[in-house]
Design a protein around this ligand. Structure first.
Ligand code: COA
Length: 163
């Protein structure tokens, strides 16, 4: 039995099939996977941290070794607190690489005991992003291909602007 702990961070505003594919794959590689709803200072979120945690919980309830939490501090410090040995990120395309590389190096400097591991995003999710889902939802488009049914209405209720 693999007893290692990994953390999977993101702003998840909202979680999409792209994130969920990475979470499901990472949960098979580690004894415990902690999904961390964190803050990206550069982003204004549409959902509160509690709402983002609840949406991820609804979508991951069948994954027994997955825990979902909100943390507002430095990820590297949270990894140290939980004894996590890895930070898992999904890598979409070359455009993600520079930003992810920078974050991985900064996290390594702050916590030398944690490795950042990149999983390649599934090809069908390469183009997906939370912003894209929100843009489609705001115009009343069908987001069924991008997010699970259990959170679809939560997203539409918040984002769809009826004209
Ligand atoms: N498939 C499809 N889309 C994906 C994806 C996947 N596998 N993984 C991520 N995305 C999308 C996300 O939906 C997001 O879309 P958006 O820009 O429209 O919101 C985009 O890719 C970027 O996601 P991600 O790389 O996870 O960045 P983020 O901004 O959501 O999260 C944090 C960044 C929160 C992880 C980072 O800022 C952090 O660690 N903060 C904590 C504080 C800290 O420690 N800061 C120092 C870091 S060195």
């Amino acid at each position: 039995m693999n007893t290692l702990t990994a953390i999977c961070p993101g702003s998840f505003d909202p979680v999409t099939y792209g994130h969920l594919d990475i979470i499901a794959r990472a949960s098979k590689m580690f004894g415990r996977l902690i999904v961390v709803v964190a803050s990206n200072g550069a982003k204004h979120c549409s959902f509160t941290p509690k709402e983002r945690v609840e949406m991820i919980e609804k979508c991951t309830k069948d994954l027994n070794n997955v825990e979902v939490i909100h943390y507002d501090g430095l990820l590297a410090e949270y990894a140290a607190q939980r004894g996590a040995s890895a930070i898992i990120k999904g890598l979409r395309a070359m455009s993600d690489f520079e930003y992810e590389f920078q974050m991985a190096l900064a996290n390594k400097k702050l916590n030398p005991n944690v490795e950042t591991l990149f999983l390649t995003t599934a090809s069908q999710n390469m183009y997906l992003s939370s912003s894209m889902v929100k843009q489609i939802a705001s115009m009343g488009g069908d987001i069924s291909s991008f997010v699970p049914e259990v959170i679809k209405q939560d997203i539409m209720d918040r984002i769809y602007i009826k004209k």
